[in-house]
Design a protein around this ligand. Structure first.
Ligand code: DC
Length: 231
């Protein structure tokens, strides 16, 4: 039987995690799970329902109402919040500005992690996030940790938003990335950190194809290690 593994792709905001994770999943015929999209969808719900994020009871009640799922539409991974397509909305700047606060709430993390573990139970998955290799799947067979220079990340995010017709200044984007990384790395619950057994990929100076080739080679290596592991 073909050996399938769990691949964790963690790292900073706008480091090309999703580009790599999607490409890996497509090349390996694995399922891609965008865990950041789940925190973004919860953030959208909180904003639309004017929830006070410090109100634990309101958050617990909201989590009972929130159903998130993914569908492939025109080959594109698409996020649904309570059966509504929110893929475009959750990428907007006002969500970027609030998502780290919402993702720091323990009840929110517990609920999302539970769903992520269910989705990845069968293996053959690539998950992109911040705590996949440390918390969600600490036993993931391959853990990649992505990083890139801040100016490179800023330019990528500005271009990405620009392609969607959203005009933002470099400064605004840069500040938001730094702010989010700070909250994500210093929060008490499951902060973004390098797992001991993760491989760091700095993609400041390599293109997506080079990055994919490198990570596919690592995947093949890992699969053969696990296949040959004595029982
Ligand atoms: O990867 P992204 O930019 O779409 O993630 C949005 C936010 O969600 C990010 O600022 C941190 C949070 N996040 C998290 O805390 N844990 C994850 N596994 C994924 C994302």
């Amino acid at each position: 039987m073909e050996t399938k593994i769990v691949i964790a792709v963690d790292g900073y905001a706008s480091c090309g995690k999703s580009t790599l994770a999607k490409a890996l999943a497509a090349a390996l015929n694995y399922i891609y799970i965008d865990t950041g999209a789940m925190y973004r969808a919860v953030t959208l719900y909180c904003i639309e329902n004017e929830l006070d994020i410090d109100d634990k009871e309101a958050i617990d009640a909201a989590l009972q109402q929130i159903k998130i799922h993914f569908e492939k539409i025109h080959q594109k991974n698409t996020t649904f919040l309570n059966d509504r397509n929110v893929e475009e909305e959750i990428r907007k700047m006002y969500i970027n500005e609030r998502v780290s606060e919402v993702a720091a709430i323990s009840a929110v993390r517990r609920a999302m992690v539970e769903q992520q573990r269910k989705m990845g139970k069968q293996k053959g998955v690539v998950l992109d996030g911040r705590d996949i290799g440390t918390v969600v799947f600490p036993g993931a067979e391959l853990k990649l940790f992505m990083t890139a220079a801040i100016n490179v990340r800023t330019q990528r995010r500005v271009d990405e938003l620009g392609a969607k017709g959203l005009v933002v200044s470099d400064e605004e984007v840069r500040e938001n990335l730094i702010h989010r990384d700070h909250i994500d790395s210093t929060r008490a619950d499951s902060p973004l950190k390098l797992a001991d057994d993760a491989i760091v990929i700095d993609n400041s100076n390599i293109n997506p194809n080079e990055q994919l080739a490198m990570c596919l080679a690592l995947t093949t290596q890992r699969i053969s290690t696990f296949m040959n592991k004595p029982e």
